[in-house]
Design a binder for this molecule. Structure first.
Ligand code: B12
Length: 227
């Protein structure tokens, strides 16, 4: 078994390999089975158009959930490779963002979302494979966060309702704005603050994908205030 083979299978399933690492106890990676710790964790998600193309080609994007699709793609792969599939939407929430920092050059942005030097804020996680074998991994890419050399921080100046402040992310303010006519822009093209980031422009979600994610967020957190 090697990483290249598993990554190829992930790509075949429409998922983008998002790095891998050797877990240590503080990483919070669950055991594969009792007394069987994970020795390698491989992250899978989206960065670039592949996941959206695979999902939208095989499912109804008005009714089907990306979480269900993710489970359907990763569960058979876990069986094939003798791994345990883990998901970011499982409860209690697994620390996927902490894992992201161990696997790829990902860092917290001022928005809370994590930034990648190539993909900017336009990437996410759909699951992970926890393996009982310690696979050989390439050296960690240690590029610094692009936010460190971004003095203007346009992401923090763009939200029409100032949802990203010193106290973190104001979810009710964001959701309330999305329900208004002014919020149509964020609903249709994606969060305005996220779009203000100049990094990873080529990975930016197409409007169809951006709107899909915003609808999913709004369904859970939105409140209708406009007549
Ligand atoms: C709960 C949750 C939310 C909540 C609250 C988020 C918040 N900012 O408070 C709500 C519903 C509001 C939300 C909204 C969104 N979310 Co959300 N959310 C999650 C979820 C399911 C769990 C997060 C969590 O509680 N983890 C538990 C803790 C223990 O894990 P952790 O890795 O240690 O996470 C913490 C650290 O990252 C820490 N942290 C923050 N900064 C730093 C810096 C350092 C140095 C360190 C060490 C830690 C740290 O804060 C995190 C949260 O507590 C994750 C999926 C996941 N399992 O991680 C997605 C996730 C974080 N969300 C994601 C996204 C994309 C969004 C949205 C943009 C959705 C959309 N509209 O498309 C919005 C906007 C988020 C924003 N601006 O912050 C992505 C982020 C991808 C990325 N690029 O980073 C994730 C990873 C889901 C995914 N499938 O990829 N989200």
């Amino acid at each position: 078994m090697n990483l290249q083979r598993i990554n190829a299978a992930l790509r075949q399933a429409g998922l983008t390999p998002r790095g891998a690492f050797h877990p240590v106890p503080g990483d919070g990676v669950p055991d594969i089975a009792p007394e069987q710790p994970a020795k390698t964790l491989i992250l899978a998600g989206n960065a670039g158009p592949d996941m959206w193309q695979a999902f939208s080609a095989s499912r109804n994007t008005d009714t089907d959930l990306l979480d269900d699709w993710s489970r359907d793609q990763l569960t058979p792969l876990a069986e094939t490779f003798g791994a345990r599939a883990l998901f970011p939407f499982e409860r209690p929430h697994l620390p996927f963002q902490r894992w992201a920092m161990r696997a790829e050059p990902c860092n917290a942005s001022p928005l809370g979302m994590f930034i990648h030097p190539d993909h900017g804020l336009w990437h996410g996680y759909r699951g992970a494979l926890a393996l009982p074998e310690r696979l050989e991994l390439p050296p960690m890419d240690n590029r610094p966060s692009p936010c460190e050399s971004c003095p203007d921080r346009p992401c923090l100046q763009t939200c029409p309702v100032g949802a990203f402040g010193k106290d973190g992310y104001d979810v009710p303010a964001c959701a309330q704005h999305l329900a208004t006519r002014d919020g149509g822009d964020c609903m249709e093209l994606g969060c305005r603050a996220r779009r203000a980031c100049p990094v990873g422009a080529t990975s930016r979600y197409e409007p169809e994908q951006a709107a899909f994610h915003m609808r999913a967020f709004f369904k859970t957190h939105g409140r209708k205030t406009d007549p």
